[in-house]
Design a protein around this ligand. Structure first.
Ligand code: KIV
Ligand code: ZN
Length: 400
């Protein structure tokens, strides 16, 4: 079975979006967690952007041992030199060179010609390849590029030594069939050269980033570029946790495996949220507080009888804490309040009393009250308070 490589760009594409900037220490903490999560490569930054970014990439490159570390560079000598300097301590360095291939970007942003672009790709990939064992080339705005020219640019990069060819949907414009077709067309034109990996990099402007990434995998992409919690420019990048879980849950359909340790997903998501101070939306797939909460009575009933009735993956499988609350005559109210706080909910005395009453009633029937039951109960109780008044504790500690 083929392996799909996970290229995590939380520390580069994610970090460069408003509200998500991280200092060196914070980048290092997240990088260590990403290594634990089992991503194949961490894109740690864009070293030419600032001395601070270069130092952060260098710190990650020095510390991370068991996965690759990438640094981004435009197809310019000074960018490539900065990226190489930052990557110097990495055991598995990857230079990531990019240049736009759409006429829109070439004409209006770069004010250059197709011929000059091809020359810059050839010379900078070749230059980088002489100094770094692995070079990735990204054709920025690939999904809005003329396909013939896109293929010419990718072939030029491969001839110059790039072994990973990334086909980004930079502005989140593509839809799944179209994006998959792009991969089929590139494969047809370039052939499946041994040692060359095609990569997907999707933005979420039309809410299609994960769907497009999965479509690309079906069409032969063997690397996906993504971020934790889907953070990134504008509407974000494809969410790592959603792609990883989709490929696992639907493995029979996709026929690929990954190195991602699913049980580390929830902790990683919470760590990013704690570092940046940006909460995960409750309805976010896989890691949102509601992702495994069941509120409707019929659903709760089904879940109690057999979780498979309404859950396609267990919360435990992605690391959502599955602590059971033992409620008895003498214990309970404080333990309940503590657990609710850990899950991110602050209640008034009356609300706590109502949660407790319902939890006890459930415990009478089922002997245990699980987190997912508690979430259902607390949501129902807080709904009465009115959504606007509900206090969601934003920085709830990562429960692992
Ligand atoms: O979205 C994009 O095109 C990028 C490239 C630099 C890979 O982030
Ligand atoms: Zn991007």
């Amino acid at each position: 079975m083929d392996t799909v490589q996970f290229f995590d760009t939380t520390l580069r594409d994610g970090e460069q979006s408003p509200g998500f900037s991280m200092n060196v220490e914070e980048k290092l903490r997240l990088a260590r967690q990403l290594e634990q999560l089992g991503v194949d490569i961490i894109e740690a930054g864009f070293p030419i952007a600032s001395r601070g970014d270069l130092e952060a990439v260098r710190a990650v490159a020095r510390e991370i041992r068991s996965c690759g570390v990438a640094a981004l560079a435009r197809a310019k000598r000074e960018d490539v030199d900065a990226a190489l300097e930052a990557l110097e301590p990495a055991p598995q360095p990857r230079l990531h060179v990019f240049l736009a291939t759409s006429d829109l970007h070439l004409r209006y942003k770069l004010r250059t010609t197709r011929e000059q672009a091809l020359e810059a790709i050839r010379s900078m990939v070749r230059y980088g390849r002489q100094r770094c064992p692995e070079v990735e080339f990204s054709a920025e705005d690939a999904s809005r590029s003329d396909v013939d020219f896109l293929c010419e640019a990718l072939a030029a990069a491969a001839d110059a030594g790039a072994t990973i060819l990334n086909i980004p949907d930079t502005v989140g414009y593509a839809v799944p069939e179209e994006y998959a077709n792009l991969f089929y067309r590139v494969r047809e034109r370039l052939g499946d050269a041994p040692g060359v990996t095609l990569s997907a990099h999707c933005h979420n402007d039309l809410g299609q980033a994960v769907a497009n990434s999965l479509a690309a995998v079906r069409a032969g992409a063997r690397q996906v570029e993504c971020t934790i919690n889907g953070i990134g420019e504008r509407a974000g990048n494809a969410s790592l946790e959603e792609i990883a879980v989709a490929l696992a849950v639907r493995q029979a359909s996709f026929g690929v495996r990954t190195n991602v340790r699913l049980e580390k997903i929830y902790g990683t998501s919470r760590l990013l949220s704690a570092i940046t101070g940006v909460p995960v939306p409750p309805n976010k797939a896989v890691v949102g507080a509601n992702a495994f909460a069941h509120e409707a009575g019929i659903h709760q009933d089904g879940i109690i009888k057999n979780p498979l009735t309404y859950e396609i993956i267990s919360p435990e499988a992605v690391g959502v804490p599955s602590r059971q609350l033992v409620l008895g005559k003498h214990s309970g109210r404080n333990a309940l309040q503590l657990r609710l706080r850990e899950l991110g909910y602050e209640t008034t005395k009356e609300e706590l009393a109502e949660c407790y009453r319902q939890a006890m009633a459930l415990a009478d029937q089922t002997k245990q009250v699980r987190d997912r039951d508690l979430l259902a109960i607390v949501h129902q109780v807080l709904r009465r308070r009115g959504a606007a008044a509900a206090t969601l504790v934003q920085d709830a500690p990562a429960a692992t």
